[in-house]
Structure formats: structure tokens, C-alpha cells
Ligand binder design. Structure first.
Ligand code: GTB
Length: 217
């Protein structure tokens, strides 16, 4: 059955792979599943046709036959359950991978999003500059804990899993801030994720849409 995902017609990041379709593409590449992409404009995302797929008018979405999904955590988990390559065989290890997926979107991603909000959406507020150190320290607190747990390991719990895919995808957004580089093992962890052939294919696919000139060179 054909899998179709949605992605930005033009991502604001110009192809840096930061929009969340990249993590879905990555999961599909790890699972060896071909997929089609329906590109949507910001205006089209708020139209009834897209809202039927995504109640919040966002990307990415996932369609397969009569199944339509939204939320990247749910989409990646669905792909991981249906196909090999993203979850361990042991039931307890699977449950732990799910914990890491939730940790990525529920514990690590919120303070990172707060930094985007502070830097971009609230930058004109009179208190924006004063708030920034607090926002960064909240991120540091989580990174310190995550760094301690990862230690010298390659991945969070044994072999690479959907938990790592989600965590690396979330941490990637921090690179420009410099915060990731304060934790050498986390920076190396993210680089390890990016070095995976499946990630490279996912990145190249979104780059071909968002910066076709760079993708060709
Ligand atoms: N919780 C949802 C999920 O995980 O699926 C969040 C989905 C989401 O935030 N989607 C964003 C969206 O559709 C795109 S990824 N935004 C449009 C809207 O809400 O109207 C967020 C994103 C966008 C752009 C960049 N960038 O350019 O750097 C990075 C991340």
C-alpha cells in the first residue's frame, strides 16, 4: 500500500532538515519503505482538506490506505511497529524504546521549542532578552541529565531504535544555539544519528525540495 506523507511546500529552514517531516522520512528510510510526498503551502494546511488529516493544520501527516495519522511520535511508532529496523524484538526493550520516544517529545523537546519561541516569536517583547538565560538553563538541565544517562554508549538503550531516532531529531534543532556542543557525548550522539545512511537519504530528499540547487551540487 502506498505511503504518502505531507511536508512543507517550502520549509522556512531552506533545507536544513529541521521541519518534522524529516524524522518521518528517516523512519521510513530505516524501515526500507518507499513513500510519496504531498507538498502543502502554509495556506493549504489551514484548509478543510488538510484539516481532515491534521486537526491542528500542521505537517507532517501520514496516509496508508484508509489510515491517516498525525503527530510524529505516533507516526514513527506506527512505522516501527509495522516494519523492521526500528524496535528491538524483546517486549521489555520495546517498551523502553517507547519511553525514550515519549521522553524526546514530552521532556526534551518542550524546552527546546521554548527557545525557538523566545528567539523568534517573542523577540520584540521588552522582556525577551532577560528571559533567554532562563530558557537556556532549562534546556541545559535536561541535556545534563540526558548526557549522564547516555554516558559513553552509542545509543540510549542498546541498539539504535525509534527512541534514538526521535531523540536525535529533537536534539538536532539545538545545533545552531551552541548548547549541544556543551555536552560532547550528546553532540557525538547526534552526529552518529546523522551519519546513518537512512538519515542521509531522508535529509537529501527534503533538501531536494527545499534547496534544489544545493541538492544537485
Ligand atoms: N507535535 C507535532 C508533531 O510532532 O507532529 C508538531 C507538528 C509541527 O509543529 N509542525 C510544524 C507545522 O506544521 C512543522 S515542523 N507548522 C505550521 C503551523 O503550525 O502552522 C516545525 C518546524 C518548522 C520550521 C522549522 N524551521 O524552518 O527551522 C523547524 C521546525
Amino acid at each position: 500500500m502506498t505511503i504518502t506523507i505531507t511536508a512543507f511546500e517550502r520549509s522556512p529552514d531552506g533545507g536544513q532538515g529541521l521541519a518534522r517531516d524529516t524524522r518521518v522520512r528517516w523512519a521510513l528510510e530505516e524501515a526500507g519503505q518507499p513513500y510519496d510526498v504531498r507538498l502543502v503551502s502554509f495556506a493549504a494546511m489551514k484548509e478543510p482538506e488538510h484539516l481532515a488529516r491534521h486537526p491542528f493544520g500542521q505537517i507532517p501527516t501520514y496516509e496508508e490506505g484508509d489510515l491517516a495519522l498525525f503527530e510524529t511520535g505516533a507516526i514513527v511508532f506506527h512505522i516501527a511497529q509495522r516494519h523492521g529496523g526500528l524496535l528491538p524484538g524483546d517486549a521489555n526493550a520495546q517498551a523502553r524504546a517507547l519511553s525514550w520516544m515519549f521522553a524526546a517529545v514530552n521532556t526534551i523537546e518542550p524546552p527546546i521549542l521554548d527557545l525557538t519561541i523566545a528567539r523568534i516569536h517573542e523577540r520584540d517583547k521588552p522582556w525577551a532578552e532577560a528571559r533567554l538565560p532562563l530558557v537556556k538553563d532549562r534546556i541545559r538541565e535536561r541535556l545534563k541529565q540526558l548526557s549522564a544517562r547516555l554516558g559513553e554508549a552509542d545509543w540510549l538503550d542498546g541498539a539504535f531504535s525509534a527512541g534514538d531516532l526521535m531523540m536525535v531529531s529533537v536534539l538536532l534543532r539545538l545545533r545552531a544555539s551552541g548548547l549541544l556542543d556543551e555536552y560532547a557525548n550528546l553532540a557525538a550522539y547526534v552526529a552518529r544519528g546523522e551519519a546513518r545512511p537512512a538519515y542521509k537519504r531522508a535529509f537529501a530528499a527534503q533538501l531536494a525540495i527545499n534547496a534544489p540547487d544545493r541538492a544537485r551540487s
